[in-house]
Structures are given as C-alpha cells and as structure tokens.
Design a protein around this ligand. Structure first.
Ligand code: GLN
Length: 602
C-alpha cells in the first residue's frame, strides 16, 4: 500500500528502527505501524496541575469519535510507581482498575466513561514503567553495546509505547495526556518524546494543545494572562509550539486576554479557546464543538475525509438527550455512603459518577451523604473510643446505603452496624467489594449466630474467619500476585435479583480488586440461614454476588466486584440503577408512612 512507499522514500525512517552506532536515532517501530495514518493530539498543561486535562482530552476525543473516527487515549504519569495500585487514594484519588487488571489513575475512568470504551494497559504508562522497560532491555543486552541514555533510549521507549498503542487500537487519532505541568522534571522525558514524535511523524500528523489557566485575583477583579503566557513560553523553550490553546478560567475569557495570548504565542485567535467553568463536565464536549475546536483539529490533521456525518448526527442526538436531562428531577433521595476517605471525594469518583448516571436516567436528584463509620464504632483517629454516633442516627435521613470498597480495620464495625440497620429496616443496600465482605460478616454474626465471625484482614487470629485469604483458590486461578485483579466472569443464579437486573443474563463480567474472599467452609451455613450467593466465579468456589430473597428485603445486594467502574453515562450500571430505583421506592414509602402518621391524606 501507499504507506510502504512513504516509508521507503523517507530518509529518516530508513534509519529509524536500526540500533546501530551510526545513527543517533533510537526509534523501534512496531510491526504494522502506519505512518501518516495515525495522528496525535498531545495535551499538556501549564501554570498549574488540576486543570482537567483528562476531561478536556476525553471531551475532544469524544467529538472525533462521534464523527466515526477511531480514537485511543493514553495517560502518561510522571511518577516512578509502576502502576497506581500502591497509591493512597487520599493523595491521588481512586485506583481505577481496567479490565486487563491494570491499576491506573482515576483519569482513565474519565476516558472510559466519556468514550464508552474499555481501555487496557496500553492506554497508561508511568515513568516507572518506561524506565524499568529500558533497564530490562539493558540487562538483556538489547542495546548492542551502546551506552544507554535518556536520549535516545528512554524517549525512544516512550515513542514506542505511543506507536504500539496506535497499532493495537488502529486509531485514527491518539490522544496523549502528559501528566503534571510543563516545567516539572518528572514529565521532561515525555515532552521531549512528544517533540520528537512531531518531527518524525511529519506535517499534519501531530498537534499540541496547551491547557493553561487565566488568573482572576479577587482583589483586582480582572483576568490576568501573564502566568499563562509564561507557562506557554516554557513549552516553547523545549521546542514545542502549541497549535491550540485552551484557557481554563472561572469566567468566560475576555477577548482582550485571548488576544494577548494569541499575540504572544503565534497561535491564531480562532484557536485560542475559552474553557471556563461549566455546571457539569458533560457539557464540555458540546461547548468545545460550539467553539469549533473539533473542526480545527480535523483541518490541522487532515482528517475531514474520514468523517461519517450520519454517525455524528446520531451520536449527538443521544448525547443531547443525556445532557438535557441533567438536573431535571422532581424527586430527591439521600444515599448514605460509608467511606474511610470521606474528606476527599476523588477517592470515590466512580461511585459519584455511577450515581450521576442513574440520576439522569431516573430523573431523580441523588444526594450522597458521606458517613464516617469510625464515628459509629469509636475507631476515629481523634481517640474517641466510645463512638459519638450510631447507625440509626446516621441513616435516619437516608433512603439507601452503599458500603464501598476499602482496606484496613478502621470503621469496619461501624459499617457492620449500618448494614445491620439496612437489613433489619428493609433499607436498600449495595455492598461493593469490602461492602460485600462486611455483609457476609454481619449475616454470619447476627443471623447465623456465629458471633465471632470476622475477616482475617481485621483480626488475623479470629476464630471464625468467614472472610479469609485462600491461597489454594489463588493457585486454582493461577494468579501470581496477591490481589485478584481485573475483569472476571460471574455466573448468575437463574431467577435471582441480580440476574433480573441484567435482563435475565446467566453470565456477566465485572472488575475486581481484592485479596480476601468468602471461605467456602461457611457457605452452607450462610445459605441455610437464608443468604443467597447468586453470583459465583465459573468453575471455582469464589462467591461474587450475594442477595436476600425479595420477600425478605426489597433490595439487599452485595458484590465482591466493583460495578461502579463500568457505569457509563448512556449505560448506567444495572446494580446501581436497581439500587437507586429501590431507594426511590423506599423514600416514597417513608413519605406515605409519615403522612399517615400525621393524619394527612397520602
Ligand atoms: N480489603 C478487602 C480485600 O482485600 C476489600 C478490597 C476492596 O474493597 N477493594 O479483599
């Protein structure tokens, strides 16, 4: 094909791919790479972090995807950890697990949700991954006697990662999000790799978007562009000319400010966008479209011919439905969420998003009430040993309760108390991972009479470890690491609540991240006492979903998985949707009861 001709005619590419001493290039090309077909949008941030590069990048990617183009995002993190698995969610936000088991930054969740696309390890990298790949190759003698250098070898590895993603995804456009801020030592290799990509890929193949921030100090009451100018200057100092500048700001960016930035950076006014705060992130794709950003990208990358107009019209119609229904609610519910990291919402980003999706589809206003369960059991770090609250008080104004995933003992007894309250008062319950395990412990103690039931995670010497690490099961599954990670199939019991939630499916797939599970020794006792294990790992005694019979409780469901990770705006996750529906009913009944008590007409 034409691609081969381009390749052979290109002086540079003839040398690329060879690791000999005569060339300064170290650019291994993955097999099947189509130069000129794959285009790149590199998104970098200046002035400060936390500008929402991921949201911007995924919104722009969505606009192109809507037009029928294949898009593939990648997030490049500056830290040395190999993945996000060991990061504290309190500092870094939730750990987002992909189907292939990769533990990533929460931004990957933003991409998956906005693009409605499952991602993999190919869509995520860290400095740790890049450097260890280089060191491994060095030990294997992969550099043919050369001294191994940051340039060309480390940046070569980064370029390889980008091109491998291009081949794997067969994307028209790869969206590269460089973590951190221009000027950080951590992302300097990434910027250099991106600059080299622009050089090697040639005209109309790579463009840079600089996200910047327009300050508006309260004391001045006007927008100031200097910090943005200096930030972009730093980018130009490393040899990168931005093609598009997106100005984050609290208020719409004034024409004069945009003019200054345009003048200072050689970027024409039509490509200096105001990206001011909007009510909801779901509005961003359409606002970028209205500002003409998608057309500018198509023009600069020569992609107009690949657009499918019909597809775009359909995609926009669906998205518009969703956006139009945001905040259109005539009923309100409050869902209690017991969370250890109650002070940092990012730690529960996917639960918040999954609830938002349900809110739009149900036309309900869903308020999440964060409950610090360590206040209930008296394990709060402030030394309060008595417990200054109880489950009944905390849940009095709630219509349902979610116990999310977590690690460590703090607050677990308080969670068990909340679950007991939900079970006994027929309040809808959704247990996620740890919340599934806690429900098993609660049932074992309070229904089956195994009063000392616990998890060995919290009490390694406990007499009745209903939740335990089971090494022989790990062996059966053939897992090397000590966490059971990623997408796994779940076999569902016919006629169960969970099966009905999934349109009577007999098998579903959800994502997991856990170390402990139900000890099969206790399954019979639990089931004999009325608990139903309605989802199991095919061929293994690993319990993955539990529920109570519908005549006992309207909605009591727990899963060892993390269903919140796979909820999408246009496809809310069924376990969440069912739970929220039940909570709406619970709220109605509560209202009826109150009216009856007050003697008012129902
Ligand atoms: N700590 C529990 C385990 O390791 C639950 C993990 C989780 O909630 N993600 O099994």
């Amino acid at each position: 094909m034409k691609d081969d001709q381009t390749m052979s005619g290109d002086d540079l590419l003839a040398r690329i791919g060879q690791t000999t001493e005569e060339t300064e290039f170290y650019t291994p090309m993955p097999a099947g790479y189509r130069k000129g077909h794959h285009k790149y949008v590199m998104v970098v941030g200046t002035v400060m972090s936390g500008l929402g590069k991921g949201i911007f990048s995924s919104s722009l990617a969505k606009l192109l995807q809507d037009k029928g183009l294949r898009v593939a995002p990648i997030k490049m993190e500056g830290y040395l950890n190999i993945d996000s698995g060991t990061l504290n969610p309190y500092r870094h936000g939730e750990v987002f697990v992909l189907d292939d088991g990769m533990e990533t930054d929460m931004d990957l969740g933003t991409y998956e949700r906005l693009l409605d696309q499952d991602l993999s390890a190919a869509n995520f990298t860290t400095n740790g991954q890049i450097l260890s790949a280089v060191l491994k190759k060095e030990r294997e003698g992969g550099y043919l006697g050369r001294d191994v250098q940051v340039i060309p070898h480390v940046v070569g590895e980064i370029k390889l990662k980008l091109r491998e993603l291009a081949v794997k995804s067969n994307a028209d456009v790869i969206f590269v999000e460089v973590g951190g801020t221009v000027g950080d030592y951590e992302n300097a290799f990434y910027l250099e790799a991106c600059r080299q990509m622009a050089y090697e890929e040639g005209e109309s193949s790579v463009l840079f978007v600089a996200l910047t921030y327009i300050l508006e100090p309260g004391t001045l009451g006007e927008q100031k562009s200097k910090a943005a100018q200096l930030g972009i200057k730093r980018l130009m100092e490393v040899g990168i000319m931005p093609s598009i500048i997106a100005c984050r700001a609290t208020h719409p960016v004034k024409e004069k400010v945009r003019e200054k930035i345009s003048m200072y950076t050689n970027v024409p006014m039509r490509r200096v966008f105001s990206m001011h705060d909007v009510e909801s992130i779901y509005l961003i794709p359409e606002s970028l479209r209205e500002a003409g950003m998608d057309r500018e990208v198509l023009t600069m990358l020569g992609l107009h011919e690949r657009v499918d107009q019909k597809m775009e019209d359909q995609a926009r119609l669906k998205w518009r439905w969703f956006v139009d229904h945001i905040g259109k609610s005539n009923r309100q519910i409050t869902i209690g969420v017991t969370g250890k990291y109650t002070s940092l919402r990012d730690a529960y980003a996917s639960i918040i998003k999954a609830s938002e999706h349900c809110a739009v589809h149900l036309g309900a206003d869903i308020k999440l009430k964060w409950i610090d369960s360590s206040l209930i059991d008296g394990t709060a770090p402030n030394g309060d040993s008595t417990g200054s609250s109880d489950a009944e008080t905390e849940l009095a104004d709630c219509d349902g309760i979610i116990v999310p995933g977590g690690f460590g003992v703090r607050g677990t007894e308080g969670k068990i108390e909340c679950i007991r309250y939900a079970r006994e008062n027929k309040m809808p319950y959704l247990g996620l991972c740890l919340g599934f395990q806690m429900a098993v412990i609660e049932y074992a103690r309070n229904v089956c009479g195994i009063t000392d039931a616990n998890s060995t995670e919290f009490d390694p010497r406990c007499k009745s470890p209903v939740i335990d690490i089971l090494p022989e099961q790990k062996k059966i599954e053939g897992l090397g690491g000590n966490m059971r990670l990623g997408g796994k199939d779940i076999e569902l019991k016919r006629g169960s609540l969970v099966s009905r939630l999934f349109n009577n499916a007999s098998r579903i797939r959800l994502r997991f991240r856990h170390r402990y599970e139900v000890d099969p020794k206790y399954i019979k006792t639990l089931e004999d006492n009325g608990l139903i294990f309605s989802g199991k790992a095919p061929g293994h005694p690993i319990m993955q979903v539990l529920e109570l019979p519908q005549d006992v409780h309207p909605y009591f469901l727990g899963t060892q998985a993390h269903p919140e990770l796979t909820s999408r705006p246009l496809r809310p996750q069924p376990m969440f949707l069912g739970f929220m529906k039940a909570a709406l009913q619970y709220a109605e009944q509560k209202k009826d009861r109150r009216n009856a008590e007050a003697g008012a007409p129902a």
